[in-house]
Structure formats: structure tokens, C-alpha cells
Write a protein that binds this ligand. Sequence first.
Ligand SMILES: [Zn+2]
Length: 481
Amino acid sequence: MPSSVRSSLDPALTGASAPVPVGAPPAARQGDTPRRLSVQEALACARETQRLEIGPGAIAHVPAVFAAQFPQRTAVVIADRNTWAIAGARVHAALGAAGIAVHESFIFDDPALYAEFGYVERLLAFLQPRDVIPVAVGSGTINDLVKLAAGRLTRPYLAVATAASMDGYTAFGASITFQGAKQTFDCPAPQAVVADTEVLRTAPREMTAAGYADLQAKITAGADWIVADALAVEPIDWRAWDIVQGGLAVALADPAGAREGKTEAIAPLTEGLMLGGFAMQWTKSSRPASGAEHQFSHLWDMEHHVHGDAAPAHGFKVGIATLAITSLYEYLLRQPIESLDVAACAERWPEPAAMEEQVRRLFATSDFLATALTETRAKHPSRAALRSQLELLQRNWPGLRRRLQAQLVPFGELKSRLRAVGAPAEPEEIGISRARLRDSFVRALHIRRRFTVLDFAARTGLLEPALRSLFGPGGMWAVHA
Ligand SMILES: [Zn+2]
């Protein structure tokens, strides 16, 4: 039976869903150990998504979900040729058979379809004059195209997932290429999502592998939030923490099973991917699901990175970046932070003008220098502010180190999981050389104001020594002889 969940509770109004006060001291939690929430509890925190169905045969529930969410409205299936064959035709027929008014489907027949704004415009031209509710049948591309088109028309929509390939189904915002550059457009998450594990388990293996790698990234995303919390930059919202971290270990437990399409592995993986979006809806920020590892992926997108003739899957980029960030954490955890020379760090810290000069040099040939400057300025502390932050770091280090050790999964374990699920585990497999991976640590730091382990490393003066060690002889990223 699909786990059927429905909620219209406003989390702000119900005691049961009230968040633990933001910034509650970790002691009150006895550490960061998350509480595993039921899907119902997580869904109650979603501000936009009202209903989620995951399970074998869940597609049969699309008509009931549609009728409950959009009474008296006309449905239209949006798909591409592939997803139409996999599930779209069935969804269209089921809606009609249930007596729901169904418009003729809109099927993208371009074999090179991708999340590009021109396709959103085509969809807008179709949807605007018609009083219909889109039913997006597909994975990342179809969902993002429909999400943005529906958002532009302030129209709700229903998503039917065809692959456990990324965590964007329930996220607000659509990742769309506009004028050659990938951008995140602001638009609401789907009002309802149906994920039939019988469909997901037969999706191409590399799609499931990408979804697994995207979920594994929540480990380092969580570590970054712990650092930001300990340094009083961005306190952890414990409700969002529980939503993302609570079931994470279970959802990642069987990479080989996920690769083989075992329902017992696909179902928790899918649930984990969906919950990440709910946590983002709750905090109105991507912080719960995205840290420095996602900044690497964003950076490579902004640099228009392609491997072969296409951009690698989001999850594959994030998977490699999760390894990279974990290697940096493991280096930092070996350092005697408690005896850090704070005064020397503050003295070495560049004044704003010098930092700007550095950013201008780094991004001189890019088309996003302005973004890098804005984002770097937004988080660049004065020497005095840096000094007090590093003093706080020193005072909190024993506790922070313990929290990070409990959160992180060893580099070797992460890597073997990527191998087991069939995802790339070496940067070259996604077309990133080691030299470029090394540069990405520095460049990723500057493209987003979010405080991550990259800021921790830069502000303590440990980023360059870490890169020398990690990429040097005997390091985790040493160039093979
Ligand atoms: Zn992601």
C-alpha cells in the first residue's frame, strides 16, 4: 500500500508541528542526533506541498489525488516521449477513466529536451489560454519546466515522478538554463507529488545513482550547518534538521539494492529525496539540503561544464563534491584548532579591497564576476569580526569536533557507496581534472554567501595547506603516477 499522507495543517498554528525554537542550544538536544519524523510530520512542515504518495502502484492513486487537490478542474498530462511511454499514457488514461476532465496531453517530442527557458515559453503558450491543471510526468527536466511555467501562471500542479534522480521534486525553485546560463528561478513546489516505486525501480540505473549521490550530499550539507551553528552564523532549525537527517542513514543504507532496483531500497531513497524539499519549504532556504558540495556543482554549472557533449547529472557532480568536501573536513579534524594563532590569522586576513582584487583575478575570464564580488562582499568579515569568530571557534572546538565526527561518514565509505550504486567516484569520470577540482575549492567559496566549511578553512588560514596536503604526494587527491 502506498503511504498516503494528506495534510493542510499550518505548521505555524499547530503545537504538534511547532519548531523547536531556532538557535536552541545543542545541549537541549543531547547532540545533533536527529529524530526520525514520519512522512506525515515532515509533510505538515511543507508550506506548498499538500500531499505525497510513495509506494508500489501509486500511479493508480493519481485520479484520487487530483480530484481531492483540484476538485472540478481539468487535468493535462505534460510529458516527453520517454516519460509518456513509461507512465504518462497510463496517468492520462486513469484520469479519464475516473471521470476527471482531461485535456489532450502536451508531449515534448524534441529528443534533445533539457531544462531550457525556450521550452518553458512553449509550455506557457500552451497553458496560458487553457483552464487546465498540469500533471507533470517525468523527472528533473519535465518537473522543472512545468514548475516554472505553472509558477509564472500562479497555477498549482501535480508531479508524477518517474525516477529517483534528484531532490528537486519537492523543492521550490526551478533550475533552468536562460540565455546560456543555468539559473534558479523562484517558483512554488508542486501541490501534490505521486511517486510509484514500481516505475522508479525500472528507471535507468544512472538516474537512481544520481539521486543516491544527491541524497548522500546531505551528510556534508548537515556538517556545514553544524559549523555555521557553532559559530553563531546560522543556527540550526531543529525541525528541518530532523526532516533531512532523521531518516538519512536508512535511506542511504543499501546502494547496491538501489542499483538493482529493489523496492526496499528505492522507497526510502525516494522518501529521503522528497523530505529534503519539505525541509527547504519549511525554512524557506536551501540550507537544510545544500552546503559547500552543492556550491561546487553550482560553480561547474556557472562555468558551463560539459563532459562529452552534455552536462553531467546534478547528483554526479554533487557526489564528487561530497567526497571533496569530506576530504577537507577530515584534514581539518586532524588540525590542532585549539592552538590556532588567532592574532596571526586576523593579521593575514585581507582587507575588503585586497579581497576584491583577489576575486577579480580569480574570475576575470568568467561571465559571473559580478556575482562572485557581490557574494564575497556579503560575507567578508572585518579583521576584528574575524578575530572574535575564531576565538569562538577555539572555545567551541572540542564540542564542534565531536559533533562533526558524529555527522560525517568517512571518505572511503562514501566512495565505496558511490561505486556500489554505480555513480562516478573519481572527478575525471565527470570530466573534472584534479587541478580543476583543486581550483574549485577556492572558486566555490566565492560564488555564494552561505557560510560553509570552505569559509572555516579560509578564515583559519588552513585552506591552502589543506589543498597542498590533499593534492600532494600521498594525499587523497594525489595525481596518480
Ligand atoms: Zn542537490
